[in-house]
Design a protein around this ligand. Structure first.
Ligand code: NAI
Length: 237
């Protein structure tokens, strides 16, 4: 299993969950020190985890990282395209750099990941989970991020269609608000306002997203592909 953006937040919780389930995990992040800490905590010493320095927006970085995983573990059966970032501002203030950085990491990154990892899955099959978001429906100040997360829906379904016959399943989870550094950056009053639209009236813990990702990667989801699973405390926007 490769989990991108696994140095913290949802990616870290996912790496931990998959390791608890006995899987060997490549903990990939552009924050290598953070990835190393997570890999150590979940079993690098016993060869059950590997820290990877990976920039998902960079094709060469993917190629090197995937080659290392194949070398170390003999193949790849799962990929979680989790790495993500925001650079919010209103449409009229958004710069080209804000647009490009967010599209590169949140959309081009998963596209590269699918393209480079799937050839290693086609003999035995495998599963991919992409991290979309409720923001895929549109979100104030997030024309870049919303577009990327909506784009991931098209990517998920297309790759699922193209590779179903190779027994590669591709799904997305679309979290609502999850208590991670990404959300800690949001002002308190806005965060409280969001709670009013969540029937469960609370944010998710990263582990509550990780458990759904783990299900989608598992054999329990053997007939599930091309789906976008909301994990959002009941929100219906
Ligand atoms: P986070 O900000 O806590 O962690 C993101 C991780 O991705 C960091 O470790 C960071 O170093 C890594 N990363 C960023 N750019 C990278 C790159 N180019 N290459 C490799 N690694 C990179 O984020 P969080 O909250 O854990 O989010 C994880 C995913 O879930 C993201 O795709 C995010 O868009 C999505 N999501 C998060 C929600 C939330 O409320 N926190 C809601 C919906 C979706």
């Amino acid at each position: 299993m490769i989990v991108t953006g696994a140095a913290q937040g949802i990616g870290k919780a996912t790496a931990q969950r998959l390791a608890e389930e006995g899987m060997i995990v490549a903990v990939a992040d552009r924050n290598f020190a953070g990835a190393e800490q997570v890999a150590q905590a979940i079993g690098a010493a016993n060869g059950r985890a590997l820290a990877l320095s990976l920039d998902v927006a960079n094709r060469e970085s993917w190629a090197e990282g995937v080659a290392r995983v194949v070398d170390a573990f003999g193949g790849i059966d799962g990929l979680v395209n989790n790495a993500g970032m925001t650079r919010d501002s209103s449409l009229l203030k958004m710069t080209d750099a804000d647009w490009e950085a967010v599209i590169d990491v949140n959309l081009r990154g998963p596209w590269l990941g699918c393209q480079i990892v799937i050839p290693h899955m086609t003999t035995k099959g495998g599963a991919i989970v992409n991290l979309s978001s409720e923001s895929r429906w549109g979100a104030f100040g997030q024309s870049n991020y919303s577009s990327a997360k909506a784009g991931l829906v098209g990517l998920t379904r297309t790759v699922a269609f193209e590779h179903a016959r190779h027994r590669v399943r591709v799904n997305a989870v679309a979290p609502g608000t999850v208590n991670t550094a990404m959300v800690e950056a949001v002002p308190d009053d806005i965060r409280k306002g969001w709670l009013r639209n969540i029937p469960m009236r609370r944010e998710a813990d990263p582990a509550e997203i990780a458990s759904v990702i783990a299900f989608l990667l598992s054999e329990d989801a053997s007939y599930v592909t091309g789906q976008i699973i909301g994990v959002n405390g009941g929100s219906i926007i």
